[in-house]
Design a protein around this ligand. Sequence first.
Ligand code: G3H
Ligand code: 13P
Ligand code: ZN
Length: 346
Amino acid sequence: MPLVPMRLVLDHAAANNYGVAALNVNNMEQIQAIMEAARETDSPVIIQASRGARSYAQENYLRHLMIAASELYPEIPVVMHQDHGNCPSTCYSAIRNGFTSVMMDGSLLEDAKSPAPYDYNVKVTREVVQVAHALNVSVEGEVGCLGTVGQHKEEAPKAASTVPHDLDLEQEPEPEMAHLTDPDEAESFVKETQVDALAVAIGTSHGAYKFTAQPTGEVLKMALIEEIHRRLPNTHLVMHGSSSVPQDLQDIINKNGGKIKQTWGVPVEEIQRGIKHGVRKINVDTDNRLAMTAAIREVFMKSPDKFDPRDYLKPAREAMKKICLARMVQFGQAGNASKMRAAKLF
Ligand code: G3H
Ligand code: 13P
Ligand code: ZN
């Protein structure tokens, strides 16, 4: 049963200098897309479900879909990860449902909106680490708060602003200030909590609206990653909000009746730079959402007579597989599932 703790995959990634895409799922087609891309590229994978995804799919469906994936693709090590757990009980219910890794996001309070005090973050994260590690489950923590936005009206590229996680990612929110990760706090947080992986806020945000132009180092602070990695060379760093928001997908959606305002994501080369400096887990959801939506819109526009869901879900699944496959190659995880197997890691 190749459902493995995240630590196993990230340790291998660190030893072999690659990054691993953490891909969000809500349904069967998305899991199938990821697993097919993983097989084709021989990649270990991290599949993650948000609280919203768990409630959309329902625990039993999700658990059985993941078991199906591990049965159908025994050659692929799969991590099942809780994305943005808002409190210890969310993490514990994920563990009860077979997740092999959890994120305790104590950078925000339980409402998943308000920035939390550092001491609260340490307390809840440390508690989850103690329980999870006893059960061979990995834990990701976060210091600093991600932005929510990005789309300001001025010409210079602007970074995402603040915080709430459960806002509508399809809307363009009001700008606020982001809370970038303080390297001192990152250092003491890892020492105090013993997390397996640390998410850092460097100017990215969730959703499509990240930057108002191709981001510069002023707004996408890769130098901060380098500084944190210098101080914590043995900690696996995580980049959230790492979709690249491809222009061609924006164009296809808009050509087929969609309304995406011009926006910029995180360039893949910047992620590759991060991977050279300790980034091991890269969260990508929006790119897959865009790819599926672009494919479905095309079918609806070209063939308004179609009404069998398979006529649009198949192209959507194929479009998501294409993005996953590209990221697996670009992040360097391709070719590593068989190496992990040869090393008898799973
Ligand atoms: O963290 C953000 C992911 O894209 C999950 O989003 O909460 O809408 O499922 P969600
Ligand atoms: P994107 O919205 O950039 O895909 O980020 C997803 C994410 O960080 C999930 O935790
Ligand atoms: Zn995230």
